[in-house]
Design a protein around this ligand. Structure first.
Ligand code: ADP
Length: 160
């Protein structure tokens, strides 16, 4: 397993500037970073997995060491398959902590060699989530500074 390869998993429905901030920070630390979109059959997403991957690829094009992939099932199995030993997650407010702690400890129990690394975004993205972005888009609110321009266009088209 490789500590210079990290996986950044999430729904990315859609990718926001907060996610991008984390990707940029992660890309500085790890030799390679895989942004992995979870294919989750239970959820009712706004964008299909393919649409989310397309947007992620477009906005990470300038990062040569960043790859976008899709996974389903247990994250630890996917990490093992990809030969990664590090999972990257973002911590925003304190409210993220409890859920992230539970997930991290459970993943560690399933795969003790896995390390979970938490990073904080820039202050301006602390309150930003894909959920909030979807709500603002649904009511026609301003999205400038919250998502990359290509995502803003796709959101407007999706909800119109
Ligand atoms: P969201 O909570 O926005 O729906 P995801 O499920 O796609 O996001 O989250 C994937 C990862 O990205 C999680 O670790 C989450 O904490 C992190 N993340 C999401 N938004 C931000 C942000 N604004 N700043 C830092 N990390 C973030």
């Amino acid at each position: 397993m490789n500590t210079s390869l990290a996986i950044y998993p999430g729904s990315f429905d859609p990718v926001t500037n907060g996610h991008l901030d984390l990707i940029e920070r992660g890309a500085k630390i790890f030799g390679r970073l895989i942004v992995a979109v979870l294919r989750n059959a239970d959820k009712q997403p706004l964008f299909t997995v393919d649409e989310r991957v397309e947007m992620l690829r477009e906005v990470t094009r300038s990062f040569p060491t960043v790859e976008v992939d899709v996974f389903e099932g247990l994250l630890v199995d996917y990490a093992r398959r990809r030969g990664a030993q590090v999972i990257l997650r973002g911590i925003r407010a304190i409210s993220d902590y409890e859920y992230e702690l539970q997930m991290a400890l459970m993943n560690r129990k399933l795969e003790p060699s896995l390390e979970i690394v938490f990073m904080m975004p820039a202050e301006s993205y602390i309150y930003l989530s894909a959920h909030v972005v979807r709500e603002i888009a649904q009511f026609g609110g301003p999205l400038t500074g919250l998502v990359p321009p290509v995502v803003e266009r796709r959101l407007r088209a999706k909800v119109s």
